[in-house]
Design a protein around this ligand. Sequence first.
Ligand SMILES: [Zn+2]
Length: 427
Amino acid sequence: MNNHFKKTIILSAAACAALAFSLSGCKKSYHEEFSETSAAVSVEEGILTDAETNVLPNESTTVTNSIGPTVPAANTGSQAQAAAPAPNTAAQTNTVTETKAAETAAPISFQSRDEKVYIMADDVNIRALPETGEVIGKANTGDSFHRTGYSDKWSRIEYNGQTAFISSDYTTTNVVEKKTSEAVAFNTGWEFGSNSKINSGSATLYYATGSNKKGRTVCVNAGHGTKGGESVKTLCHPDGTAKVTGGSTAAGNTHATAVSSGTTMSDGTSEAYVNLKVAKALKNVLLERGYNVLMIRESEDVQLDNIARTVMANNRADCHIAIHYDSTRSNKGAYFMSVANGIKGMYPVSTIWPESDRLGANVISGLSSNGVKIYGDGSMQTDLTQTSYSKIPFIALELGDKASDYSDSTVAVLAKGIADGIESFYS
Ligand SMILES: [Zn+2]
């Protein structure tokens, strides 16, 4: 925050608001993460449907046995089997004699295997039985299994101590590395995306790779750190209405700084540097606990304004936490920017604000449980740009102020406390 802010609560709030403007958020992680996978599955299903349509007629006409070139089409998809069991059966057994016979499901012939196979796509179903069996798990790129049986369509594998089945289409005996991260670019087509003015930078989505995957993505947003952000103005609210509380930009304004510079710690270190230090520590803790992490900023500068950060989080994360320090000098303790009453009826705030405040309360509780000093009751209503654009639970955290310690040991405690709060939020 700016040095001219006084130490009064109101001024602090203003400072926080300023910080909040610089903050960005985390949001749609899980669904986005698997969007590609889902698409892949859909394609597969589509193929199967086609196969079904094409194969059935052939089958009824071909009253003979051998499957021939026509059968492979039916083999392509697992869903096809569900819809048209006959063609699949025929493919597996090579003995389709007539349509009625084909309609009776027959067991799949598996070639015995004793090998390790890798999965080549995300979100691949693991079923208790082939074809329409219950989905008992999901496999992602780079996951590996012991395969005991193989057919063109289905592979029999060992999964959590039991026999399970997975589409052979997504398996290979060649080693496939697990996907550990990917760059996330801004998409101006995302909702509110056109309100962003600085969005040429990219964030990074890190995937949890352990066996404790949570299937959720947390956006960790190290506040500030956008060169040139001070000289650009963006709309405070998506609908163009004016701010209802003060901050780095006073109440009543419709436009605010795209990304402010942040405050300076008592030892001269920039707040942006300390925010990033905490963000990196939090990222590691969350990945260890099985959460995917969308890191908005990992260096001194990222060309993403507060709206871009928030919209990115909305589309690629499940929740969004912006890390900040206040501009006071009293070592006041931590608190979060709760949603201001004046914007609770405004879209999209109206759709998510109770969850944002609940996330904040859980995180403050997590910090407090780890011995972190809390300021007041741990919250302060503030109208932040990022709050106004968030469609997923979002909080701007003020972990302390200029006088706060940010040694490695303290930062480790802060990261643990925030992670504990997130776990509590999702429990
Ligand atoms: Zn800040």
